[in-house]
Design a protein around this ligand. Structure first.
Ligand SMILES: *Cc1c(COP(=O)(O)O)cnc(C)c1O
Length: 383
């Protein structure tokens, strides 16, 4: 085996996420696609928006896709379409991006925090069961579970689905980081009752601004989502059938998304090759990511666990290798969320993870030479 400590040192910093290399790959087609929108001038709900929705539906196999202005908005639209509100408990992990819990609070429901698995870092169905008991004791009605497909891989839908079914709840999949991943051969977008994703530029499938989408097979939910997206509009613009939002996707972002979708499957393959190289080089050093055999990941992040996290962050920075800690402070300990209930015995795994996770550079354009620099820096730091 080669000695990674001897990898050559170059001055150019490694990119954590590299959108410039992607632009080099598709720049000309992208510029032409944006120019077409500038020429026709239908900036809101232009033909690219409907086309993006058709392409996304064909890509994942969902019957209906409603694009919108962000991943956060996608989840709010789903909760509003299902009339989730006051008195309802919405079960969310605490080890996630704030938006997952925020959307429950925004519709006046109560987020109830659930612990995660130490290996997949996704929602633990046993903790969910305990959280449901807590919610019922405090007089809340269990309404909805929002599992998060964290860092690019699916949550445990069979186990979570069994608890949801037992308590009459529906499932909203927060796939903001993981569109393109599969659970037991099914693409996300088709696994939960409703799925929300984000096209924020740094997500695996991003556009060049904010954007998101909701996926479902339910035609009634789809009709409500399209109403909520535009001020609760009914059949024509003078009829308002419910309270809604201004939540449309715009034509330029849709045009960008279509071009990125054209190379997305190739990029997923490339991301998996990068992850496999990391796995091989790091598995004896740190806890590498665990993707269950019947699932695939799109590697939004490559997140390792090590008790020497803070030392590693500093040492890698020194060598021009960027890292990020997702998430150093779980949501349930943040000021606006401290009053909300947590699962029966607390969230011990969440609190451990907050102390020892760190995410390494991960994108489809990471070269083996750049990866060797990351690996060498890690080996030196852990010596
Ligand atoms: C990014 C993200 C969101 C929010 O998406 P936006 O498009 O930024 O609103 C929600 N949940 C998770 C897990 C995310 O990573």
């Amino acid at each position: 085996m080669r000695d990674f400590a001897e990898a050559p040192v170059t001055d150019r910093p490694v990119a954590f996420i590299d959108l410039q290399s992607q632009r080099a790959r598709i720049g000309a087609r992208m510029d032409a696609a944006i120019a077409r929108v500038l020429a026709h001038g239908a900036f809101i709900m232009g033909p690219e928006v409907a086309e993006a929705e058709r392409r996304l539906a064909a890509h994942c196999g969902a019957k209906h896709v409603v694009t919108c202005s962000s991943g956060t908005t996608a989840m709010i639209m789903a909760l509003m379409a299902k009339d989730v509100g006051r008195g309802d408990a919405v079960f969310v992990p605490s080890f996630t991006f704030t938006a997952t819990a925020e959307v429950a609070a925004l519709v006046n429901a109560t987020p109830v925090f659930v612990d995660v698995h130490a290996d997949t870092m996704c929602m633990d169905a046993n903790s969910l069961e305990r959280a449901v008991a807590v919610a019922k004791q405090t007089g809340l009605r269990p309404a909805c579970v929002i599992p998060v497909d964290l860092f690019g891989q699916p949550a445990d839908y069979d186990a979570i689905g069994a608890v949801a079914k037992a308590h009459g709840m529906w499932i909203l999949d927060d796939a903001a980081q993981s569109y393109g991943a599969t659970y037991k051969g099914r693409k996300l977008g088709t696994v939960a009752d409703i799925t929300a994703t984000s096209f924020y530029p740094s997500k695996p499938l991003g556009c060049y601004g904010d954007g998101g989408a909701v996926f479902t097979d339910d035609p009634e939910v789809t009709e409500r989502l399209t109403q909520v997206r535009v001020h609760g509009q009914g059949k024509d613009r003078n009829e308002n059938v419910r309270i809604g939002l201004t939540a449309r996707f715009d034509s330029i972002q849709a045009a960008v998304l279509i071009e990125k979708l054209n190379i997305f499957d190739a990029e997923i393959t490339e991301r998996n090759a990068v992850a496999a190289r990391y796995d091989e080089a790091l598995k004896d050093l740190v806890q590498t990511p665990h993707v269950p055999k019947d699932c695939t990941s799109v590697w939004a992040q490559y997140t390792i666990r090590t008790p020497r996290r803070d030392r590693i962050v500093a040492a890698l920075k020194d060598k021009g290798v960027p890292t990020n800690v997702f998430y150093p402070k779980p949501i349930h300990v943040q000021a606006p969320y401290r009053g909300y209930p947590v699962a029966g015995n607390g969230l011990p795994v969440t609190e451990e993870l907050a102390h020892d996770v760190v995410s390494l550079p991960m994108h489809p354009y990471l070269t083996p030479a750049e990866q060797d620099r990351v690996i060498a820096a890690l080996r030196t730091a852990l010596r």
